[in-house]
Ligand binder design. Sequence first.
Ligand SMILES: Nc1ncnc2c1ncn2[C@@H]1O[C@H](COP(=O)(O)OP(=O)(O)OP(=O)(O)O)[C@@H](O)[C@H]1O
Length: 296
Amino acid sequence: METVLSITNLTKNFGRLKAVNNLNLQIKRGQVFGMLGPNGSGKTTTLGMLMGVVNPTSGDFSWFNERPTNDVRKKIGAVLEHPIFYPYLSGLKNLELNAMVKQCDPSNIARVLELVELSERKDDKYKTYSLGMKQRLAIASALLNNPTVLILDEPTNGLDPMGIAEIRELIKRIADDGKTIILASHLLDEVQKVCTHFAVLKKGNLVHTGPVDDVGKGEEIVEVIADVQNLNEYLLAFMGTTSVNRENGSFQITMREGFKSKDLNKYLFEKGIIASHLVTKKKSLEKQFLEILSEA
Ligand SMILES: Nc1ncnc2c1ncn2[C@@H]1O[C@H](COP(=O)(O)OP(=O)(O)OP(=O)(O)O)[C@@H](O)[C@H]1O
């Protein structure tokens, strides 16, 4: 798969603070790539360097295997911070102005308004828009010149659940349209729901990278409820168990690699135990994220 972005030993120091430390990453075409990390982990600084608004202290990166010149950056749309729109102008007028500044084809305006589902509200003044609509207009503006890559910094920050859901759907539509998306977020749930790949940053260091689908691979957690005394002991005695935790009236069994829930079910059955509830769960990104951060 074609490499869209290649980062080599990228570093940014602010005085003695290493905001980004020797970062190495590859992002391929079509990925929705999440940069995950707690506040202050270096996500915004990294995106700033990639967009040419922050000067790296050392290291390198290339877009589409080319040096990051202004021409190359035209293939990248970004919503890094709150963009400036005129409150008394309509969404449409604001986009027309942006299209003029960016020298892009005005015929794209209708297309991006449709994509972000603002066509019906295009003539309303920007100041009347909800926060979610403002964010969608910002994304529309970033898409005006039909970029190959879209960069979003904390795209759902401050939005209500409805606004968050709309932005997530929009991100999926943009990805389905064939664009590569790089988004920074401190929300695990967000990355798990919309991203195909992710990297975890901690204090400027890359501590993990890989496909979202690989999270929890090889380690199943099975939730069991059965009306039996000492169920805990039976579960611990099963050779496919690595640990057993009690949570809200059920037992959560972390399975040894190679063992599946059906093996556990069979074992319990042979012991004369009928489980009233037996569900396989994937280890959540949250659990994995917390483990990654505590290991690092
Ligand atoms: N212009 C600057 N001058 C000095 N320090 C800075 C500057 N910009 C960022 N930093 C510091 O660099 C570190 C990384 O900040 P950055 O904003 O990149 O993190 P982040 O992961 O995006 O966090 P957040 O989610 O809070 O935005 C922080 O310790 C921050 O205080």
